[in-house]
Write a protein that binds this ligand. Structure first.
Ligand code: ADP
Length: 421
C-alpha cells in the first residue's frame, strides 16, 4: 500500500514537473489558438479541442519517459533533482572536496575537515595540496585532458596517512569537480607487517640452513677423515635441523590459528586438569633445569568455556618460558584463582618465576612475532620468538587477557584472565 501511494505521489510530481517545464510552450500555444479563433472566427469547439490536444502534448513526454525507464527511475530522478549536493557529500564517509575551475574549494564534507585541518571554502586547493602528484592530478582534470583520474598521495601531518585520491568532473558543463580521498593506511600497514613477517621467518630459517650447509662442506672437505670432528659437526647439524623444525611447527601453529578465527562455542575446559597435564608434560624440562614447580589452586570446580588443546598450548608456552628464562630462580609457582574484581568475572591462571625478570621497556613488545629480549639466550634455550605471539593469538580468540608483571632481578609473572562465560 505504502509503495503504491509513493508511486502515485511520484507520478503526480513528475507530471507537475513536466507541466511546469512546458509552461512557456503551453502559454504560447494558448495565445496562438485564441488569436486564430479571434481573427478567423472558427467555432469554440475547435478551439477547445485544440487546447485539449495542446495539454495532452505537454504531459505526454512524462508518460513516455515513465514507460521507457520505469516508474522507479522517474521517482528516483525527481528525488535526485531535489537532493542537495551538500547532503550527498555529507553522506560520503571518505573525505570529499568539491572545487571549481579556478581550483578553489566550493565545499568540503565533515570527513575532509576532520582529515585536513585548516581547509575552508574559498581556499585554493593547489596551495593546500602542494605535492607534485596532487598538482598533476588537478592540472589534468582542470585542463580538460582527462575527465577523471586517480593518484596515491601521502599526507604527512599531523600523522602520516596514505590516500588513493580520485578526481572527476561533476555533471555536464557545471565547472565543478570532486576529489575523494580513500584512506589506504591500514591496508599498507598490514602489507608491511606481512612483508616483515616473511623477511623475519626467512631469516630465521636461513641461519640454521647456512650453518648446516657450511658443516656439510667441511665434512666433505678438510674434515673428511677426522672422526672426532665429524661426530661434533653431525651433532650441531642435528640441533640446527631441530631448530628449523621447531620454527616450522610454530609458523604452522600460527597460520592454523589464523585460518580458524572463531572458536567452537559450547565446550568447557577444566583448568585444573589442563594445567596439571601441562606440568606433567614439562616435568622433564623442569628437572633438567633444576626448577621446582609449586601448585596453588583454588578449591571447587575451575571451568571456563574454551578449546582445551589451545589453552594447553598457552600454559605450556608460559610454563616452558618460566622454566627456561627463570631457571636461576629455582622455582615456579602456578596458581589458579577465581577473579571477581573488575567488570568481567572469571578465572586467573598465573605462572610466576623468580629469574632475572623482564626490563619494563620490553614488556609492551614482548608478544610481537620474533621479538626477543635477548636473541642469544632465546637461541640457546631453543626459542623461536613466536611462543608469546601464539599465546596472544589464542587468548584473543578466547576473549581472554594476558597481563605481564615483572621486576628486574625478581622474576616475572604472566597472568591469563579467562572470562567465566
Ligand atoms: P621464545 O621462543 O624466544 O621463547 P617467546 O615469544 O616465548 O619466544 O618469548 C619472547 C621473549 O620473551 C623471549 O625470547 C625472552 O627474551 C622473553 N621472555 C619470555 N618469558 C620470559 C620469562 N619468564 N622471563 C624472562 N624473559 C622472558
Amino acid at each position: 500500500m505504502a509503495d503504491l501511494d509513493t508511486e502515485q505521489r511520484g507520478i503526480t510530481q513528475t507530471m507537475a514537473a513536466r507541466l511546469w517545464n512546458s509552461r512557456w510552450l503551453l502559454a504560447a500555444g494558448v495565445v496562438a489558438v485564441v488569436a486564430v479563433y479571434a481573427l478567423a472566427g472558427i467555432s469554440a469547439y475547435v478551439v477547445l479541442a485544440a487546447l485539449l490536444l495542446l495539454f495532452a502534448a505537454a504531459i505526454l513526454p512524462a508518460a513516455g519517459a515513465r514507460q521507457s525507464t520505469g516508474s522507479g527511475a522517474a521517482i528516483e530522478a525527481t528525488g535526485l533533482q531535489r537532493l542537495s549536493g551538500e547532503y550527498l557529500a555529507a553522506a560520503v564517509a571518505d573525505p570529499l572536496i568539491i572545487f571549481d575551475r579556478a581550483a578553489t574549494i566550493v565545499h568540503a564534507n565533515a570527513a575532509a575537515f576532520a582529515a585536513f585541518g585548516g581547509i575552508a571554502p574559498g581556499m585554493s586547493l593547489s596551495l593546500k595540496f602542494r605535492a607534485p602528484e596532487m598538482q598533476a592530478l588537478l592540472d589534468g582534470v582542470l585542463s580538460g585532458d582527462v575527465a577523471s583520474d586517480i593518484v596515491d598521495y601521502t599526507e604527512k601531518l599531523p600523522v602520516e596517512r596514505a590516500y588513493r585520491v580520485s578526481v572527476s568532473s561533476v555533471g555536464h558543463a557545471t565547472d565543478l569537480y570532486v576529489l575523494v580521498f580513500k584512506d589506504q593506511s591500514e591496508a599498507r600497514r598490514i602489507d608491511r607487517m606481512r612483508a616483515d613477517f616473511i623477511a623475519n621467518a626467512s631469516h630465521e630459517l636461513r641461519t640454521p640452513l647456512a650453518s648446516i650447509a657450511g658443516f656439510i662442506e667441511t665434512l666433505r672437505g678438510p674434515a673428511r677423515n677426522d672422526a672426532a670432528a665429524r661426530d661434533q659437526f653431525l651433532q650441531i647439524m642435528q640441533s640446527q635441523t631441530g631448530r628449523m623444525a621447531r620454527l616450522i611447527d610454530d609458523l604452522l601453529s600460527l597460520s592454523r590459528l589464523e585460518m580458524k578465527p572463531y572458536l567452537k562455542p559450547g565446550t568447557e575446559v577444566d583448568l585444573r586438569q589442563t594445567v596439571d597435564s601441562v606440568i606433567d608434560s614439562l616435568g622433564p624440562l623442569a628437572s633438567e633445569n633444576a626448577v621446582a614447580i609449586e601448585r596453588r589452586y583454588a578449591d571447587g570446580p575451575l571451568h571456563v568455556p574454551g578449546d582445551r588443546d589451545e589453552l594447553f598450548q598457552v600454559f605450556e608456552n608460559l610454563l616452558e618460558n618460566a622454566c627456561k628464562y627463570g631457571q636461576s630462580g629455582g622455582r615456579v609457582v602456578v596458581s589458579i584463582a577465581h577473579s571477581d574484581a573488575g567488570s568481567e568475572p572469571g578465572i586467573d591462571v598465573t605462572i610466576r618465576d623468580f629469574g632475572p625478570g623482564i626490563p619494563e621497556e620490553h614488556i609492551p613488545r614482548i608478544t610481537e612475532r620474533f621479538y626477543r629480549v635477548d636473541v642469544e639466550t632465546s637461541r640457546t634455550q631453543k626459542g623461536t620468538g613466536l611462543g608469546l605471539s601464539i599465546v596472544k593469538h589464542i587468548l584473543t580468540r578466547h576473549n581472554a587477557r594476558l597481563s605481564i608483571k615483572s621486576e628486574v632481578g625478581n622474576g616475572a609473572a604472566f597472568s591469563v584472565h579467562l572470562p567465566a562465560h
